[in-house]
Design a protein around this ligand. Sequence first.
Ligand SMILES: [Zn+2]
Length: 107
Amino acid sequence: MRISCEIIKDLLPLYLDGVCSNDSKAAIEEHLTGCDNCKSELQAMQTSIPIDSTAQNLKEAEAVKNLSKRWKKGMAKSLLKGILFTVLTIAAIAILLYIFIGIKITF
Ligand SMILES: [Zn+2]
């Protein structure tokens, strides 16, 4: 079955997205084997798609970055709390020891 290049070009986006029927897919592949024009058209489409997905990935990377920034902020806060807690505990122990030793010395 001979399909015109115009029809193939209409179907190529569907073919690339993998949403066309198996019959269309077979027809397109059959046409592509004998038509360099449509083959280069397909290649042009294939190379243009990764650029879009790269932009998408960049957006996602940006979102992840922002998320990890927020997460790091939360981490810093809890780390600060942890440090503060540790310092206060050490101070309390030091004060207790000082008092204990001080009492021992006065006795
Ligand atoms: Zn063709």
